[in-house]
Design a protein around this ligand. Structure first.
Ligand SMILES: [Zn+2]
Length: 486
């Protein structure tokens, strides 16, 4: 059963990984894994500490002759995402994970495997245990609750760690080195409006944008996909101005971190203008398809009859909302200078919802450059403030600006090339990683995120590639030998 994984190479890594599968550790229920880790560090006679939020730090001194090297901090998170198939009986707070070997992969029976980030943690444990590896001063930082709030990263205190180089082991593709990520912040906008009585001689219609691909608001923001909220508002600007259409209701998108796939508006049209409205919808649909069809082949924009709404949005606020949403920046704002192909700054106008005298609008702003994010905050604030809305920002977290002159990056590229005969890919990710938050607390850290190859993390299909673990380990051992002198 599960035990067979301990015979995989490298033995020390898989033995530790097996032990981790035996300790329940769903996010926010991490007491068991924390005490397991405390015992692990102490049993090796290493300085082992836990901070107030639940992060664990184990320090291991340099091996003889390596004391003058820069300090390395290994970092991984102890929690895992608890997902299971409907048919699987499993209590993530009590039951061990049943890992098994499926060809080149290790996966779990019916549940997430917890290779995210158990395999990184197991590698760090193997280094801490080793009596033969050569390395400078080491610290292993095991953070808590990465998956549901990055509580550990946010709670990390300054002046606790002494290292100079952070090796985060939570990436999912062997042969890729991550050197940057985006920070983010939420914008919440509210327009208040008076509900106005429906006039005579108007007919209600529902306008619907649908069939868009949507996607992740960070990772997919550079794909040129349509934003349903933006498309519906673009039409409303035309229809309110040219056809005396009045807005009763508007609703688009859902989750803040998803590009909105659908949006609708309920409008009232002067009876004389109905045929013009229908023609205009057809025209705008062909405009949208012309502009976006290559990326959004199933996009549709339609008009259908609707029930008479209870009230209208007062005209002044209606026009302000349309102007502000129309003017609000959306999509990629700037690409990274240092890292070709990486988005530096973006925003996603994710949600619009009218309800009982209030229209709520939500955006998610991201940047790997914190001052660029601040600038975008002011842009979004300005456009909605001009429209008379109340604007607030919360949930902000810092990004990690790629440093292409990083010493450890150059070193790791060289080692990888020598060892494996090719240059590793250097990447940035336009989404949040713990590194962004940790690096803001320790601005001196030279940081890299890497890891073995994994597929479908956060799902019961999660699996980790066995040969990539061995390769990752060999690379890690070589890096430790070659850490620059302080
Ligand atoms: Zn992870």
């Amino acid at each position: 059963m599960s035990k067979e994984i301990v015979n995989l190479e490298p033995l020390a890594v898989w033995e530790n990984f097996y032990k981790l599968t035996q300790v329940p550790r769903p996010s926010k229920k991490e007491e068991k894994i924390q005490s397991f880790m405390m015992d692990f560090g102490k049993s090796l006679g290493l300085v082992t500490e836990k901070d107030k939020v639940g992060n664990i730090l184990i320090r291991k001194p340099a091996t003889p002759g390596m004391e003058n090297r820069k300090g390395v901090v290994f970092q991984g998170h102890l929690d895992m995402v608890p997902q299971k198939n409907n048919s699987t009986v499993h209590d993530f707070e009590k039951d061990p994970i049943d890992a098994w070997i499926d060809g080149e992969w290790v996966r779990a029976r019916g549940t997430t495997l917890g290779a995210d980030n158990g395999i990184g943690v197991a590698c760090a444990m193997a280094v801490l245990q080793s009596k033969t590896l050569v390395h400078g001063p080491l610290e292993a930082l095991f953070t808590c609750d990465e998956e549901t709030g990055m509580t550990g990263a946010f709670g990390l205190q300054p002046n606790w760690l002494n290292g100079d180089i952070l090796l985060n082991m939570d990436s999912e593709e062997e042969g890729e080195l991550y050197v940057g990520c985006a920070g983010g912040i939420n914008a919440d906008i509210e327009f208040e409006y008076d509900e106005v009585i429906i006039p005579e001689d108007v007919t209600p219609f529902k306008l619907v944008v649908s069939g868009l691909k949507g996607g992740h608001s960070g990772l997919d923001i550079n794909l040129g996909r349509g934003n349903a909220n933006k498309l519906i508002v673009r039409f409303l600007k035309h229809a309110t101005r040219e056809l005396d259409v009045r807005l009763a209701e508007i609703n688009g998108g859902g989750m803040r971190n998803a590009i909105p796939r659908e949006a609708y508006a309920v409008v009232l049209v002067p009876t004389d203008n109905i045929s013009l409205l229908k023609k205009a919808v057809l025209r705008y649909e062909s405009i949208y398809k012309n502009e976006l069809g290559a990326v959004e082949p199933t996009l549709t924009f339609t008009v259908e009859e609707a029930e008479v709404p209870k009230s209208l949005i007062e005209e002044r606020v209606q026009d302000d909302i349309i102007d502000a949403i129309y003017g609000c920046p959306n999509g990629v704002i700037r690409m990274s200078d240092g890292m070709p192909g990486m988005v530096e700054t973006s925003t996603n106008l994710s949600t619009i919802k009218s309800s009982k005298g209030v229209i709520f609008v939500k955006c998610l702003l991201r940047s790997s450059v914190d001052t660029a994010k601040d600038d975008l905050v002011e842009q979004v604030d300005s456009v909605f403030a001009l429209g008379g809305a109340m604007v607030s920002f919360d949930g902000g977290y810092p990004g990690w600006k790629p440093n292409m002159d990083s010493e450890i990056l150059a070193q790791m590229k060289e080692i990888y090339l020598k060892k494996f005969g090719r240059t590793p890919a250097v990447m940035g990710i336009h989404a949040g990683l713990e590194c962004g938050i940790l690096g803001a607390v320790y601005p001196n850290w030279d940081m890299i995120s890497f890891g073995p190859t994994m597929r479908s993390p956060h799902s019961p299909d999660e699996r980790v590639n066995i040969p990539s673990v061995l390769k990752f380990w060999d690379f890690l051992v070589e890096i430790l030998k070659n850490i620059p002198v302080k």
